[in-house]
Design a protein around this ligand. Sequence first.
Ligand SMILES: [Fe+2]
Length: 307
Amino acid sequence: MARSDIEALGYLGLQVSDLAAWTAFATQVLGVQAVGRADGGVDLRLDAYAARIRLHEGPLDDLAYCGWEVRDAQALDALESRLAAAGVESQRGGPALAADRRVIDLISFRDPEGTVHEAFYGPLQRTDRPFVSPLGVAFKTGRQGLGHVVLSCRDKAAMMAFFTQTLGFRLSDHIRTEVIPGRPMEISFLRCNGRHHSLALAPVPIPKKIVHLMIEALSVDDVGRALYRCLDQKIHLSFTLGRHSNDEMLSFYPVTPSGFDLEYGWGGLEVDDETWHVVTHETNSAWGHTFQRPPRPQSRRQSDGVS
Ligand SMILES: [Fe+2]
């Protein structure tokens, strides 16, 4: 199997119903930088990239698209050919969409469950306007990309085949456990760079496409400070502080204003492709990550925290 042309999770687009609440959550809890756009949306910055998380106002409160970075124009062409060979329809984004996404060029396509993915190259770097965290947080990004995203899926075998065989993601490991008591499941963790996983597939029966997204601070103290900001602001934690069994991430899971979780972590494992071998875990966490039912009615719960 050919290696993936995809090198990192470059950006995520989210459709959110309360932009003001999201902006406050992003800047005053997470410590990321918010920049208003001309279209009324908000770009969230974690580093020199012009936009890592793109907020679009709308009713879904869910993932709108995943943006996967490739190296250059040749890699984008190669990925386009790879999709065509697998019978997957894709479209060139065109100049207007490329300008909106702040990239040179992109293609878009859908996974077997209908989620929109984009592959792009040439992201705008705003060295003229350096990233400034409103809370002094520095994030681990670079070649490891924005962080990771966990997608819910109904046909996990089809999703695994699409991401590993068609797109060339590498399997890091599986966790076979009951993240929430009474709900056994196998979650699979896929990588496209040194980050243990940029994508995980979780067969959880929730209406949203996204289970959670993860951003990683460079200092463990920033996880502690963010945890206490959540406690001070009475933000519900779906999972308490803990350390994951597979990627060793020390993290906790506040609920976002959209009802799905965000994992705020530090210390994630870096995988060496030359020495890594696929393993299995029966626990989600080495310690901690205790599930906490939301104070709202159970029917409104939208997420399951997996590593
Ligand atoms: Fe995670």
